[in-house]
Design a protein. Structure first.
Length: 141
């Protein structure tokens, strides 16, 4: 990666909203696991291991940043799911089993889609609230 690309990616992440960072992490984990799957099929065990570990680190990040006090039962259930997915990746790494990797990718894709939908709904509601709050007001430029 050239220095300009590295700087761009760093700035992109630093200026992203929490929602965008969450989606980028999901995309990263999915990408790493797809690379791992291909590496395993090609017999490149080191590449398989390294990319599986990268995805595991993202799952750990998800677990450590969950606020179960605020998120309640939903956050607790998400934590358990992330914990399970992490366990499956550890097992996949030990056994070099791509079916476990595929299972985790499937869950991550579903979770990412769910988050995208939730973020879209929240943004629409915010826009609706702003529109309701400004109805009847006349603004002059």
């Amino acid at each position: 990666m050239n220095p300009y690309e590295s700087t761009y990616k760093s700035q992109h992440i630093q200026t992203a909203s929490r929602e965008q960072v969450l989606l980028m992490l999901y995309e990263g984990a999915i990408r790493f696991l797809r690379i791992a799957r291909t590496a395993c099929e090609e017999g490149n065990i080191e590449k398989f291991h390294n990319n599986t570990v990268k995805a595991q680190r993202i799952l750990i990040e998800f677990m450590t940043t969950l606020d179960v006090e605020v998120g309640g039962e939903v956050a607790k259930n998400l934590f358990k799911l992330y914990e399970y997915l992490h366990y499956r990746l550890v097992q996949a790494n030990l056994k070099k089993d791509v079916t476990m990797v595929d299972e985790v990718v499937g869950h991550l894709e579903e979770l990412k889609q769910t988050w995208e939908e939730a973020i879209g709904i929240a943004k629409k509601q915010d826009v609706d609230l702003v529109n309701q709050a400004t109805e009847g007001h006349v603004y002059s430029a």
